[in-house]
Write a protein that binds this ligand. Structure first.
Ligand code: GLV
Ligand code: MN
Ligand code: MN
Ligand code: MN
Length: 412
């Protein structure tokens, strides 16, 4: 198959997509259902329509753009990723797997191929946990792992429910209908930047993911006693932030205690109330992220953090409550899909190597409902979730080329 990936067109589209942002360039901030997210969705829809794909959106805004195959009754081959971006992010996380998948479909269309199975681009809602505190919201609901009841209890920091937010963005359907029926897809493949340095360090252009590490997150709420920063004397204090600071250090110690390089833990959110320089913090809210490729070891870290919370609460005379937001199992990629990706690399003459994904992806949840694989491309110095995130057009084009070959193979 003589396949032409238009790297210049794709680069341009990635650049246009990056302009839909709440933060000034080069930073990208695109939180689900905010104005930049809605404008970015409209842009992606317009590109999919121009490519002749038929569009459908579900109640939470997952977008399905289908290139009908010769036999549309067969389970389709699915590919996709996300376009939402955490605060102060870059322009490649997720977007490469959405616009790259569209470019792969256009490149296949241009060869004159008519696939036997339909090929569907799936753009997932809210892969990032920024707004509702839970990652991979769209794919979780598609997989049925999270149900409509749990989704209806989600709220953002301003108190808006998921239903409020999705309906304001025009997604008014029934959340209970989002879960995919069994056998919808014969395969799912996600193209993504590595978000780590290994491919670049080894000089290898493509990584074939074999497993995705198990993520968990925890919300910790500490209630102490506020008061005047001048008048409340030190022995009388029950400072909620200082308790939170000790808990954050305990999170770090718990991750280090496993002595395993694969255990990581982060306290990435800390809200202090009332947040005034001359007021003793009365309340502190933390969000903690813990991951490991070994689920048992990850759970042991969570248990250690819970124990530390009990200890800090007693010593500092504050109340500490914890809520496990999610504790997901790791995913294994499907051998046949990994084989199809490997064969596509061989066909194209590109070197590749197997690897683990330490970041989570919508593929983690799609693996529950479809045989799943992931294709990684290098990103500069492994930097991600930062404005200086960068992937070279030639590396992106190589990933799109192999994705296209694999989609054609899986759809034949
Ligand atoms: C998703 O962006 C993750 O945190 O892995
Ligand atoms: Mn991300
Ligand atoms: Mn991502
Ligand atoms: Mn991610």
């Amino acid at each position: 198959m003589s396949l032409q990936v238009d790297a210049a067109r794709l680069t341009h589209e990635l650049q246009v997509l990056a302009t839909f942002s709440a933060a000034p360039a080069p930073a990208v901030t695109r939180v689900v259902f905010t104005e930049p997210d809605r404008a970015a969705r409209a842009y992606v829809r317009s590109l999919c329509t121009a490519a002749g794909l038929s569009l459908r959106e579900d109640a939470v805004g997952n977008l399905f753009a289908r290139w009908a195959g010769e036999d549309p009754s067969l389970p389709a081959v699915c590919t996709g990723s996300h376009i939402d971006a955490i605060p102060n992010a870059g322009m490649y996380d997720g977007t490469v797997g959405v616009l790259g998948a569209l470019e792969a479909i256009r490149a296949l269309q241009a060869t004159g191929l008519r696939p036997r199975r339909s090929i569907e681009l799936l753009m997932f809602t809210s892969e990032e946990p920024t707004r509702f505190g839970i990652g991979c919201l769209g794919s979780r609901l598609l997989s049925g792992l999270t149900d409509a009841g749990a989704a209806s209890r989600l709220r953002d920091r301003d108190g808006a429910t998921l239903d409020d937010a999705r309906q304001a963005a025009g997604f008014t359907g029934t959340v209970a209908d989002v879960a995919l029926p069994p056998g919808q897809y014969t395969a799912f493949v996600e193209l993504h930047i590595e978000q780590g340095p290994l491919l670049e360090q080894r000089g290898i252009g493509l990584g074939l993911v074999t497993a995705i590490a198990a993520p968990a997150s925890l919300r910790v709420t500490i209630d102490g006693e506020g008061g005047h920063a001048g008048a409340v004397l030190m022995p009388a204090r029950r400072d909620a932030f200082l308790a939170g600071a000790e808990i954050a250090l305990a999170v770090e110690a718990a991750a280090r205690s496993t002595d395993a390089i694969d255990t990581v833990a982060t306290t990435g959110v800390c809200h202090v109330f009332p947040g005034a320089v001359n007021s003793v913090p009365s309340r502190c809210e933390l969000e903690v992220d813990v991951r490991d490729i070994d689920e048992g070891r990850r759970d042991a870290v969570l248990a250690r953090v819970e124990t530390a919370c009990v200890d800090v609460a007693a010593r500092r005379r504050v109340s500490v409550t914890t809520q496990v937001v999610n504790a997901d199992p790791p995913a294994r990629c499907d051998a046949a899909v990994v084989d199809a990706l490997t064969a596509s690399c061989v066909d194209a003459g590109f070197a590749c190597e197997p690897m683990i994904s330490r970041a989570y992806h919508d593929a983690l949840f799609m693996s529950r409902v479809a045989p799943t694989g992931m294709l990684f491309i290098p990103c500069r110095a492994g930097v991600s979730h930062r404005p200086d995130e960068y992937a070279a057009p030639e590396d992106i084009a190589r990933g799109v080329h192999v994705l296209a070959l694999a989609l054609a193979r899986l759809a034949s």
